[in-house]
Design a protein around this ligand. Structure first.
Ligand code: ADP
Ligand code: MG
Length: 238
C-alpha cells in the first residue's frame, strides 16, 4: 500500500480546463471515494493518477515518489474500469492472467497468482469457464482479478458497479470492502452514487466543476457540509 498525493493538479483539453487545481492526500491503506455529478472530472483525475492522461500542471506522488511523468506500468497501480472488456474466447483463468502473460512471467508463477486471486474472489470453481457463462457479478470479479494479480500498491476503480443491478451492487460493495481489508492496499473508488460513497469510504472527496468542493470522513461531510452543494449531494439535513 502507498499514499497518493496530488499537488496543484490541473488538466486542460485544448483551451478548456476541466481539472482546476486539485490538492489531495489519500492516506496509505485507506479507501477513498471520489464522488460528484457526471462531467465533474472524476475519471480524468483517476486517469491522471494511473498515467493514462498527462497532467497539464502539478505533481502526482505515489508512496512519496514523484510519478508525474512515469509510465503507467511504473506506478504500482492497477485500474478497474466501468466497461471492463473480458476476452470472450479466453477462460476465466486466462483472462485473469492475461496481463502477466504479456509481461512474459513464467507459466507456473502466473498460475499461482491466478489461483490466489481466484481464491480471494471466490472464482476457483469457474476458472475454466468462458465469460459468456458467467453472471454480471462474476464477470466484474474477473476484472478485479486482473488487477489483483499485478500486486498493485494502489487500486483505482472507475464506477466498477454501475452496470450491475441494485441488489448485486449492494453485494459487490460488501465484497470490495472485504477485499480492501484483506489486500492491505490503498483504494480510490469513483462513483456518482452517494450511498456507495457514504458506506464505503474512509475519505470522501466531493468534486464539482473540476475542483474539490470538500474532502473528509463521511460523517464529517454529513454533519458539517462546507457548501450547499455538498449538503445536497451527501443528503445532509438542511
Ligand atoms: P466524470 O468522470 O466526472 O463524469 P470526466 O472526467 O469524464 O467526468 O470529464 C470531465 C470533463 O472533461 C467533461 O467536461 C468531459 O467532457 C471532458 N473530457 C474528458 N475527457 C476528454 C477528452 N479526451 N477530450 C476533451 N474533453 C474531455
Ligand atoms: Mg467518469
Amino acid at each position: 500500500m502507498a499514499e497518493v498525493q496530488l499537488r496543484g493538479v490541473r488538466k486542460s483539453f485544448g483551451s478548456v480546463e476541466v481539472i482546476k487545481g486539485v490538492d489531495l492526500t489519500v492516506a496509505s491503506g485507506s479507501f477513498c471515494v471520489f464522488v460528484g455529478p457526471s462531467g465533474c472530472g472524476k475519471s480524468t483525475l483517476l486517469r491522471m493518477i494511473a498515467g493514462l492522461e498527462e497532467v497539464t500542471d502539478g505533481q502526482i506522488l505515489i508512496g512519496g515518489q514523484d510519478v508525474t511523468w512515469a509510465e503507467p506500468s511504473e506506478r504500482g497501480i492497477a485500474m478497474v474500469f466501468q466497461n471492463y472488456a473480458l476476452y470472450p474466447h479466453l477462460t476465466v483463468a486466462q483472462n485473469i492472467g492475461f496481463g502477466l502473460s504479456l509481461a512474459r512471467l513464467p507459466k507456473a508463477e502466473i498460475e499461482a497468482k491466478v489461483r490466489a486471486a481466484a481464491d480471494i474472489l471466490q472464482l476457483t470453481h469457474l476458472l475454466d469457464r468462458k465469460p459468456k457463462a458467467l453472471s454480471g457479478g462474476q464477470r466484474q470479479r474477473v476484472a478485479i482479478g486482473r488487477a489483483i494479480v499485478r500486486d498493485p500498491k494502489v487500486f483505482l476503480f472507475d464506477e466498477p458497479l454501475s452496470n450491475l443491478d441494485a441488489s448485486l451492487r449492494a453485494e459487490m460493495r460488501l465484497e470490495l470492502a472485504d477485499l480492501h481489508h484483506r489486500l492491505d492496499a490503498t483504494m480510490i473508488y469513483v462513483t456518482h452514487d452517494q450511498v456507495e460513497a457514504m458506506t464505503m469510504a474512509d475519505q470522501i472527496v466531493v468534486l464539482q466543476g473540476g475542483r474539490i468542493e470538500q474532502a473528509g470522513a463521511p460523517m464529517d461531510l454529513y454533519g458539517h457540509p462546507a457548501t450547499p452543494f455538498v449538503a445536497g449531494f451527501i443528503g445532509s439535513p438542511k
